[in-house]
Design a protein around this ligand. Structure first.
Ligand SMILES: Nc1ncnc2c1ncn2[C@@H]1O[C@H](COP(=O)(O)OP(=O)(O)OP(=O)(O)O)[C@@H](O)[C@H]1O
Length: 351
């Protein structure tokens, strides 16, 4: 992470709905001009975090600030500092793009003549000048996303929070979106961009925060996270009957606990696939270190049909980090938010 001036900061941010913890002690910071990729599957807690940041929801505990303004108590300042683009564009029948932007500019209290000038500026920044007189409800999804971003820029905020901006875009529109976000970052804007999948957008992010079930699982540069992910290897143990699966899973877990040293994530990572008669695990251990596990299983009376390493491409591994399950909660909970926190499971994130 760059050492630039901190613009967005959360400390132990927690949100509970009765007994349910939607956000669990989230601590992170984003610097000026940085693009944060805020990644996690559906229900991970991204919108909860964003709603707190933009002052629409109060946390149960913890703090959040944007450019020094308290998100909980200084909602006027926050409104001026932040441009928020929600996931849903909304319906605006019979409204031209210029009228749409004029409407939101007026809502921000921008006077008529600076508003007209600003509309041209934001359309220029977002490459949407040609849409000036088009009707918003006749635009494609990609065009609407541009206009939505133009709208968030009307009051020239320091921070842009974009909820799923790449959602529903075709490949070319995604590329265009990336270019636009980089341009905004070059202008010194700080961006928080959410996504429920590993987006192409992650490649332009300076920092990536991965969140599942309300907890931060990984935080760092994409390179940091990738490096850690690449050091892990996945093994599969094929068994002869499905009644072995849970038992072998437990043996593997205990063995990793003893042999994987401080690589606690390995233990959290054991996946038992009953119907496939298979146990899968990922580990930082090398071949020589992992080989004794096979003899250990045999010495415990387990019949093993195959014990093999499986190829996982980087993207699979990256997604599996984002989709870490409950079992790793005890590990991630005590881990500081800075630096890389990774776990991997074989479950797939929805794409
Ligand atoms: N008002 C509420 N009352 C109870 N539970 C809630 C409420 N709002 C959100 N939740 C729950 O909190 C969890 C986090 O939701 P959140 O909307 O933050 O997830 P998300 O990461 O934004 O997911 P998505 O990508 O689907 O929008 C979910 O399990 C959701 O059901």
């Amino acid at each position: 992470m760059s050492s630039s001036e901190t613009v967005v900061e959360t400390n132990a941010l927690t949100k509970r709905y009765e007994n349910f913890t939607a956000l669990d002690s989230l601590t992170m910071r984003v610097g000026k001009g940085e693009i944060l990729g805020f990644i996690g599957p559906n229900g991970a807690g991204k919108t909860t975090t964003i709603r707190i940041l933009v002052g629409l929801s109060k946390p149960t505990s913890g703090t959040a600030t944007i450019a020094g303004a308290n998100c909980l108590t200084e909602s006027r300042k926050i409104k001026r500092l932040v441009g928020y683009m929600p996931d849903d564009f909304g319906a605006y029948p019979n409204m031209r793009v210029s009228e749409y932007l004029d409407f939101f500019g007026a809502a921000y209290g921008i006077g008529r003549s600076p508003r007209i000038k600003r509309i041209d500026e934001v359309l220029d920044i977002t490459g949407a000048t040609y849409m000036h007189d088009l009707y918003v409800d006749a635009l494609s999804r990609g065009m609407q996303q541009r206009v939505a971003i133009a709208r968030t820029l009307m009051h020239d905020p320091q921070v842009l929070i974009l909820d799923e901006p790449a959602n529903g875009l075709d490949p070319q529109a995604r590329i265009d979106m990336r270019v636009m976000l980089l341009r905004l970052s070059d202008m010194g804007k700080t961006l928080i961009v959410t996504s429920h999948i590993l987006p192409e957008l992650a490649r332009i992010c300076n920092v990536v925060a991965m969140i599942t079930k309300g907890k931060l699982r990984a935080f760092g540069t994409l390179d940091d996270i990738m490096r850690d992910v690449q050091q892990r290897r996945t093994f599969e143990i094929m068994l002869i009957s499905n009644e072995q699966v849970e038992r072998v899973g437990e043996i593997v877990r205990r063995w990793l606990q003893e042999h994987a040293g401080d690589a606690l994530f390995d233990v959290a990572d054991v996946v038992c696939a009953k119907t496939e008669m298979m146990v899968r695990f990922s580990t930082h251990l090398n071949d020589r270190e992992v080989a004794p596990l096979l003899s250990h299983l045999v010495s415990q009376g387990e019949t093993v049909v195959q014990f093999r390493e499986v190829a996982t491409d980087l993207e699979d591994a990256f997604l599996s980090v984002a989709n870490a399950g409950d079992e790793s909660d005890h590990v991630a909970a005590g881990t500081p938010a800075s630096g890389v926190v990774t776990t991997a499971s074989a479950a797939e994130v929805d794409a």
